[in-house]
Design a protein around this ligand. Structure first.
Ligand code: HAM
Length: 430
């Protein structure tokens, strides 16, 4: 016989236990309600896809694709990856199901686990959860850009995330926005940045030095203390946007102002995924230390085409559920589990069947109910009811059963009342 062995969850992944799991449920429920009010509909996506899908959309030079994906070879030799994010899958599904023929903008939301092999720390896990949404809008080639419409969609998406996190009870968060230009203006800026960074190479650490070649924009993301002064003096993308991108960014700010949404422009907000263009944004929350970005998003016009679909505009975000939950807990908003409404304490051989019936009636009326399935002395039963945090104990002994009544004890103050069994649910509700 093999020897017994204890197992633990692997590094960077974790169990979410009660009572914390009820906070997760509440947050996900609020997300569903808020997104429905903005007319978003849920899409359920697979957790693994062809590796090539992520390589093409997120980009091969990004950390996510370059070193963080869980990739394996399937039995038929095809390369499969656990999803590191879901925008690529939404776009794949949009094209696969011909959703461009649907009326209006296609507005989808999703929630679920994502996988990135990052160095675990507070707020950073290898299996983490996102709540995200995407808006896809057909953009026929012969129709010119409509900046106020596009910026209006950007602002609506941002408004929706803010309504959601505020309804969860978070305060003290901050919204940062930026424009990272488009296919026309960004390459010129990236070359300028690369030339400047090359001159300053000696003042940069090894990671940033490497990025001068692979992805100079990512240098702007650097948190290395000694590089900050150098980075602050670099040319800023805002000064190098083309006319169209400048117009879009100006409209975005007007649209946020119209919605009375406070924001700050952060020219260094470039984000670590290749598909972005024009609008990028991030929301940070207090109390989280280094991993304080609870939400990231941006515009990705052209991604649908890159993945073989028709010309389409896109904008979306993903909120890190783990981090939102941490932020709520830090702020004292991590509500305890839903309390137990009633504990049915019974004694006497013929009483169990009545207790089962009473529990069923109360559950049908929407109450949470617990009961023992072996006979217990009332003292022991009531002690357990108190430890479980029950609001009421419903006491059933031979006398009650004979009279068709129950004794209801309010646990908070110990007051007791005798109630006909048929009135029990109404009594607890009152
Ligand atoms: P992202 O910035 O890579 O964007 O991730 C979005 C959010 O997911 C982050 O702001 C953070 O809260 C959370 N997150 C990321 N990695 C981890 C981790 N290892 N542990 C815990 N939380 C994490 C995207 O994923 C894009 N798909 C967002 C998007 C949708 N853009 C357009 N549409």
């Amino acid at each position: 016989m093999t020897e017994a062995r204890k197992f633990q969850a692997i590094k960077g992944v974790r169990d979410i236990l009660p009572p914390e799991s009820s906070l997760w449920n509440r947050v996900e429920q609020v997300a569903r309600e808020v997104m429905a009010t903005f007319d978003f509909h849920e899409i359920r996506l697979p957790v693994f896809e062809e590796t090539e899908l992520f390589a093409r959309s997120v980009g091969t030079s990004t950390d996510i694709v370059g070193k963080e994906m869980y990739t394996f070879s399937d039995a038929d030799e095809s390369s499969i990856s656990l999803r590191p994010e879901a925008t690529a899958s939404v776009v794949r599904a949009y094209i696969e199901h011909g959703m461009q023929t649907l009326p209006g903008d296609v507005k989808l939301y999703y929630m679920g686990p994502m996988f990135r092999r990052e160095r675990p720390q507070k707020g950073r896990y290898r299996q983490f959860y996102q709540i995200g949404a995407e808006v896809l809008t057909p953009a026929p080639k012969d129709v010119p850009d409509n900046f106020s419409r596009d910026a209006g969609i950007d602002a609506d998406v941002i408004e929706m995330v803010l309504v959601f996190i505020e309804r969860c009870g978070l305060v003290g968060h901050a919204l940062y926005i930026n424009s990272i230009g488009c296919r026309n203006c960004r390459p010129k800026y990236v070359e300028l940045l690369r030339a400047e960074l090359t001159k300053l190479k000696d003042k940069l650490g090894p990671d940033s030095q490497r990025r001068i070649e692979t992805n100079p924009l990512r240098v702007l993301d650097s948190k290395v203390e000694s590089e900050q002064a150098v980075i602050e003096a670099l040319p800023r993308i805002g000064d190098h946007l083309c006319e169209a991108c400048r117009e879009h960014f100006k409209m975005l700010q007007a649209m946020l102002f119209m919605r009375q949404i406070a924001y700050e422009v952060n020219w260094r907000l470039v984000r670590g995924l290749d598909y972005y263009m024009r609008t990028t944004f991030e929301i940070t929350a207090p109390g989280l230390g280094a991993q304080n970005a609870i939400c990231g998003g941006g515009r990705y016009d052209g991604l649908v085409e890159l993945l073989g679909g028709p010309p389409t505009k896109g904008i979306g975000f993903a909120l890190g559920t783990d981090r939102l939950i941490l932020a709520l807990q830090e702020a004292g908003k991590g509500e305890a589990a839903r309390p137990l409404d009633a504990y049915v304490a019974w004694m006497g051989a013929s009483t169990y069947a009545v207790a089962v019936r009473v529990a069923r009636t109360l559950r049908d009326a929407g109450f949470s109910v617990e009961m023992p399935h072996e006979e217990m002395k009332f003292k022991k039963s009531l002690g357990l009811a108190a430890r479980l945090g029950a609001r009421f104990a419903v006491i059933l002994g031979d006398n009650e059963v004979a009279a068709g009544t129950c004794t209801v004890k309010r646990m908070a103050d110990g007051t007791q009342q005798t109630i006909p069994e048929r009135d029990l649910a109404g009594h607890l509700r009152a």
